[in-house]
Design a protein around this ligand. Structure first.
Ligand code: FAD
Length: 381
């Protein structure tokens, strides 16, 4: 079987590794000229780490060696007052920690286990045609690729999803986000603690150690406008203005950050789909189930998708059967996580709508302890 993956983001790279591990011939096509660390840093949780080890034994362990493990979360007001300190006994409970890591490090680690000639850069997918015998993908540069299966791992603005489902643009969730990683030290930022600072007007500022003396900061604020600033210096000034007067080390760390290192991005999501597949084409990661990032589960669930899809394609007698298993397994789980992310991110879906499977809303409202157990037990060997 030959598989074409569109998108060399975290989901597409994990899918390529998982498919190759199953002996499936896979090629990845990416529109960018180089791998883009689009998010500065991110957090991986036991479900994502366990499944990375299932995809390729030792993969999560190699990430753990370069990232930073959090043992505690400090929740503070914008004036610095401590609201709560929560322990994170994830390692003891689920066999893996909360791992915080630079995006580029994660992306490079995933790419490094693939043969370099498998990732085709500067290939923007613009269309595909499928027949009973195969699928042809067309690229902006005029080239085409033939395969038995096409996986759209091309993110929130997925062209594959548009051609497959045609459900328009993603929904703006009413928030802008800013993220950066820099070399930084501060007594309030021990390596094993995550600090989350919030204010009642919906602003949030998170500070996380990501190893090697580097801090990943991530900020968010409600905003009616979803259009981005044009210049890097405007972005930095806007963040400083938005968080002016916040307790140490917020202003100091933004001031110390190079303007070009700050990633500004609107927060989007989409309502869940009832089906991700048609014929020989399916979706994975944000292309299939984008969610607001309140639980940090977007990449983690993309890794779960990659593992399951590769297993089903290798084990099932036909593509149709593999896709049926993939949908039956992945849609209910990711719907719960999408809905829970939305509730936590003050963004609600219409959970009575037909796109939600029966009982999803109830599951998504389970107690935090029940939900975490269900979420993090996934992929545990
Ligand atoms: C503020 C914020 C914080 C987050 N924090 C976390 C976190 O802590 N933990 C977590 O698990 N998740 C987090 N996420 C979510 C996570 O970033 C995404 O869920 C994850 O990146 C999805 O991976 P993906 O491969 O599906 O899509 P992407 O990472 O978006 O990759 C898609 C790739 O496809 C390429 N592409 C797009 N169109 C085409 C085309 N036409 N042809 C070829 N290539 C194309 C893109 O260039 C890109 O490389 C966060 C998201 C945000 C916005």
């Amino acid at each position: 079987m030959k598989v074409t993956v569109i998108g060399a983001g975290l989901g597409g790279l994990a899918a390529a590794i998982a498919l190759r591990q199953q002996g499936i011939d896979t090629q990845v096509y990416e529109k960018a000229r180089g791998l883009q660390p689009i998010g500065a840093g991110l957090s991986l949780f036991p479900n994502g780490l366990n499944v990375l080890n299932a995809i390729l034994p030792g993969l999560a362990d190699s990430l753990i060696r370069v990232g930073s493990q959090a043992q505690r979360v400090n929740l503070r007001k914008s004036n610095g007052d401590l609201i709560a300190q929560n322990q994170l006994p994830l390692q003891e409970q689920y066999g893996q920690p909360m791992l915080n890591i630079r995006w580029s490090q994660l992306q490079e680690t995933l790419a490094s286990v693939l043969p370099p000639d498998l990732i085709h850069l500067n290939y923007r997918c613009v269309g595909f045609d499928q027949t009973d015998s195969g699928v042809e993908v067309q690229f902006e540069n005029g080239e085409t690729a033939q395969a038995d299966v096409l996986i759209g791992a091309d993110g929130i603005h997925s062209i594959v999803r548009q051609l497959l489902v045609g459900d328009g643009s993603p929904r703006y969730a009413g928030r802008l986000s800013w993220r950066a990683v820099l070399q930084y030290q501060h007594q309030l930022l021990p390596a094993d603690e995550v600090t989350i600072m919030t204010s009642i007007d919906g602003k949030i500022f998170t500070l996380i150690d990501v190893g090697d003396g580097q801090i990943f900061w991530s900020a968010g604020a409600l905003s009616e406008r979803e259009n981005l600033h044009k210049q890097a210096t405007e972005v930095k000034s806007h963040v400083l203005e938005t968080f002016a007067g916040w307790a140490e080390p917020v202003e100091a760390i933004v001031t110390a950050t190079a303007a070009e290192a700050i990633v500004e991005r609107p927060i989007w999501d989409r309502p869940p789909l009832e089906s991700w597949n048609k014929g020989r084409v399916t979706l994975l990661g944000d292309a299939a189930h984008p969610m607001v990032p309140s639980l940090g589960q977007g990449a983690n669930t993309a890794f779960e998708d990659a593992w399951e899809l590769a297993q089903f394609l290798a084990q099932q007698p036909s593509i149709e059967a593999a896709f049926a298993h993939y949908e039956n397994s992945r849609i209910p789980r990711t719907q719960v996580i999408q809905a829970r992310s939305a509730f936590q991110g003050s963004r609600s879906y219409d959970t009575d709508s037909e796109t939600f499977l029966r009982g999803i809303a109830e599951q998504a409202r389970a107690s935090q302890a029940e939900f975490e157990e269900w979420l993090y037990e996934y992929g545990r060997g």
